[in-house]
Design a protein around this ligand. Structure first.
Ligand SMILES: CC(C)(COP(=O)(O)OP(=O)(O)OC[C@H]1O[C@@H](n2cnc3c(N)ncnc32)[C@H](O)[C@@H]1OP(=O)(O)O)[C@@H](O)C(=O)NCCC(=O)NCCS
Length: 157
């Protein structure tokens, strides 16, 4: 499906009522999806204070992308980014991450770090296009298939 007006996209912290949509997006995006309970615990962590851990991107009231992060001092740790499979290759992940990084910068983030599966070409190209650099590797990190994790970071200019 195509987003008709990218200017109309809404980026905001997730709310409790977004949980069902997030669970279904998570299942469509990851081979080892987080459970509803795991996602819900991210909302709880955010309620306990600090920066929101889950953000969403909406197109006409429909959640089409999300991120899960933690802001630790000046480092934004990116745990999850997912785009609805029917909305991919329209620049939405790039828009979502740009908005996320800008929002994190406003509250003091200087860097963003993440791990990505070695074979996840789409995600690796996405991060490269945003200026992330490879800074390490964890061998056989993913238990489901023994794939390596590539460590990336991005620094505020
Ligand atoms: C990775 C993911 C978030 C990208 O979302 P997206 O909205 O389709 O990405 P964008 O349209 O913003 O793409 C931005 C750039 O990333 C790269 N890219 C995205 N998807 C790609 C693909 N399937 N193959 C190759 N490059 C790809 C391209 O460089 C693209 O720029 P271009 O379209 O101008 O060539 C999406 O595929 C997804 O949700 N995957 C499953 C979850 C996942 O793997 N998350 C990352 C975990 S670390």
């Amino acid at each position: 499906m195509n987003v008709e007006e990218p200017a109309d996209l809404i980026f905001r912290p997730a709310r409790q009522e977004d949980l069902d949509a997030l669970v279904s997006l998570e299942k469509g995006c990851f081979q080892v999806p987080w459970s509803a309970a795991s996602l819900a615990s991210e909302f709880r962590s955010a309620r306990e204070g600090g920066w929101p851990r889950v953000h969403v991107l909406l197109n006409k009231h429909e959640i089409i992308a999300y991120t899960v992060t933690a802001l630790v001092l000046d480092e934004l740790q990116l745990y999850r980014i997912g785009v609805d499979p029917s909305y991919r290759r329209q620049g939405l992940a790039k828009i979502m991450l740009s908005k996320l990084l800008a929002a994190a910068e406003r509250v003091g983030a200087q860097t963003c770090t993440l791990e990505v599966r070695e074979g996840n070409t789409a995600a690796r190209k996405l991060y490269e296009s945003l200026g992330f650099r490879e800074v390490g590797r964890r061998r056989r990190y993913y238990q489901d298939n023994g794939e390596d994790a590539i460590l990336l970071d991005w620094c505020k200019m």
